[in-house]
Write a protein that binds this ligand. Sequence first.
Ligand code: HEM
Length: 142
Amino acid sequence: MAARSNPITPLTTNSPVNYLAIKHLHITCAAISGSFFLLRGLWMLTGSPLLQRRWVRVVPHVVDTLLLATALVLVFWSGQYPFVQPWLTAKMLALVAYIVLGTVALKRGKTQGVRTFALVAALATLAYIVVVALTRQALPGF
Ligand code: HEM
């Protein structure tokens, strides 16, 4: 697998079609993960018992595992690595922040105020991750 020279066009020994298929899967998982997190956030705000359903707790693990697995494939196939490309470092650190904030919002927050604040911060972090992914800039607009 050769590192690619142009960050827009993947040059790998794997076909670009495979790369694009994985990238589409990655984007689909990101969209499902974000939408379902938003839905669970709304359920948290309204005190819905749906939040405690078993499938509601299992599905995000499955989707997020696939999201991370596809991220790893894209990293290796594209030859772009965190701590080498600043935008990937930013994305990875923001993902950690998103996970921590998400856990506080849906599980660990002691009061409704703390949970609500963590939910808004997690959604803002998710928006940042998407903008970083689309612009390939750690500080989009600067
Ligand atoms: C919530 C987490 C994540 C979201 C929402 C997300 C979102 C996206 C999106 C929307 C794209 C497509 C960008 C485009 O149009 O070219 C993308 C591509 C990509 N993502 Fe993620 N991603 C996430 C996590 C990660 C992580 C943790 C990594 C690895 C550290 C990663 C690595 C990549 C790579 C290498 C690409 C392909 C870039 C390219 O080929 O141009 N992603 N991601």
